[in-house]
Design a protein around this ligand. Structure first.
Ligand code: BES
Ligand code: ZN
Ligand code: ZN
Length: 497
């Protein structure tokens, strides 16, 4: 689907459908709307078929050959409008259009009289529409014709007659959505396609696109560096592990951010094997890595004034004659020994080495890691908030604020040291699991042992990275690309802590 921006009314354009985004009880036809469309709109409203409430939608047949359908999408109360509700409405619009027999459609942007600045409005609608149009259908070459409407939605034009928001805002929205779509693609690929080696190829292609530095640290070097936790997880797989390091360094930047993403391309649990049900979903265990790669793609395009390093420990977690076993003791890059009591708690092992390495190597001013770390986080928060653990209130506020801005809600979890007591090892400095309860917290506190005093926030995206039910621009199945826009916003608004 192609998305265009036009500083005009639809005029003489021939469209299969035109959408009006309308706030509650602000139902006047926009100036310049053709007479048959305006009269269809008035009739729909007079018959009380539509009032602009949030989530409402209505299709009207206009009798016009030029634009036979008018689609109304409700935005809700004007005072409650914000960019996220606009993104959701735009995503819903595209979904609605896709279910109809339309190929060419338009969205007439509303005049919201200062509720949301015009640039933000155009950006949000472009972003939401592009994200809402996302599909992963690479492996569906012979779609069932009966399920599909006969036309495919090919083109959507955003009409903004005032031109106040402008083409640049639309391009920004599309760029942001493009990076999220890329992260969704990475996540949705099956584990036989998206191996650690392939993740490294993707990283190199993003680096090339934006002129970023990209280094892939191979197994022999990782062993020399002493990344015993990462190597311990990787040793049960035939796929070689890769530590991916991407660097964005704009001229004159003084501060450095490090973004670290869990890149387990398949998590079987290892010798502590997972049950069979839904094990296929563990191809999504690299969604932290996907978020970091998507963010680096967006950062390369948006060019914020801060250095950003993206670090991804990528490997598979499989059972094998050589695999790490419960009770094995591994030596971390940081020097601490870890007793592996459950080989399925592998994310914290690979991240511990990646965090310690990133902090030593790049001396970042702040670190954020993203990981599908614990099933316990899904139990605690469900699918609509990312869990967070950190060691610095200021950075936590930045991260939760960035989340609110882009609609990716982050919920801090308590980091009391009492929880961490459970991680003291019987035979080694640490063990990799706590007791049965509070697992999202102990998972995060394990990582805290490896970050020292550097401001750090860990984001557990186990609930938000996939398996969310559709809301507007969020897909009904598969990877969501959560984290990409949050990291981008954090970098773009960065000031020293
Ligand atoms: N990748 C999983 C976490 C996960 C599970 C994410 C289900 C999303 C849905 C992680 O590696 C894992 O298996 N964690 C264990 C930790 C436990 C052994 C302490 C878990 O959550 O069960
Ligand atoms: Zn696991
Ligand atoms: Zn895992």
């Amino acid at each position: 689907m192609k998305l265009n921006y036009a500083k005009k009314t639809p005029g003489k354009d021939k469209l299969d459908a035109l959408t009006l985004l309308m706030a509650e009880n602000h139902l006047k036809p926009p100036t310049g709307l053709d007479a048959p469309l305006a009269s269809a709109l008035k009739q729909g409203i007079a018959l009380k078929e539509f009032s602009g409430k949030k989530g409402e939608s209505l299709t009207l047949f206009t009798g016009s050959k030029q634009i036979p359908r008018l689609v109304l999408i409700g935005l809700g109360k004007p005072d409650e409008l914000d960019p996220e509700s606009l993104r959701r409405a735009a995503g819903k619009t595209v979904q609605h259009l896709k279910k109809m027999n339309v190929a060419k459609a338009g969205i007439w942007l509303p005049e919201l009289a200062g509720k949301v600045p015009a640039g933000d409005l155009v950006e949000a609608v472009a972003e939401g529409a592009s994200l809402g149009a996302y599909e992963f259908k690479q492996y569906k070459e012979a779609p069932d014709a009966k399920e599909k409407p006969s036309a495919e939605l090919k083109q959507v034009t955003l009409y903004e007659p005032s031109g106040k928001g402008g083409n640049k805002a639309a391009a920004t929205g599309l760029m942001r959505a493009g990076a999220v779509r890329r992260a969704r693609d990475l996540g949705n690929q099956p584990a036989n396609a998206m191996t650690p080696t392939q993740l490294a190829v993707e990283a190199k292609s993003i680096a090339k696109k934006h002129g970023l530095r990209c280094k892939i640290i191979e197994r022999a070097q990782l062993e020399r560096l002493g990344m015993g936790l990462f190597m311990g997880v990787a040793q049960g797989s035939r796929q070689p592990p890769k530590m991916i390091v991407l660097e964005y360094r704009p001229p004159g930047a003084k501060q450095t951010l490090a973004f670290v993403g869990k890149g387990i391309t398949f998590d079987s649990g290892g010798i502590s094997l997972k049950p069979g049900a839904a094990m296929d979903e563990m191809k999504f265990d690299m969604c932290g890595a996907a978020a970091v790669l998507g963010a680096m793609d967006a950062i390369g395009a948006a060019k914020p004034k801060v250095n950003v390093v993206g670090i991804i420990p990528a490997c598979e977690n499989l059972p094998d004659g050589k695999a790490v076993k419960p009770g094995d003791i591994l030596k971390s890059y940081a020097g601490k020994h870890v007793e592996v009591l459950n080989t399925d708690a592998e994310g914290r092992l690979v991240l511990a080495d990646a965090l310690a390495y990133g902090i030593k190597q790049f001396k970042p001013d702040a670190v954020v890691d993203l990981a599908t770390l614990t099933g316990a986080c899904v139990v605690a928060l469900g699918h609509y908030a990312t869990g967070a653990i950190g060691n610095h209130d200021g950075l936590m506020e930045r991260v939760t604020g960035a989340g609110r801005g882009c609609g990716e809600i982050v919920w801090p979890l308590p980091n009391f040291p009492e929880y961490g007591e459970e991680l003291k090892g019987k035979y080694a400095d640490l063990q990799n699991i706590g007791s049965r309860y509070g697992g999202a917290i102990t998972g995060g506190l394990f990582l805290k042992e490896f970050v020292g005093d550097v401001p750090w926030v860990h984001l557990d995206i186990a609930g938000t990275a996939w398996g969310v039910k559709r809301i507007g621009h969020i897909p009904n199945e598969g990877a969501t690309g959560v984290g990409v826009r949050l990291l981008l916003d954090l970098a773009q608004n960065w000031k020293p802590l």
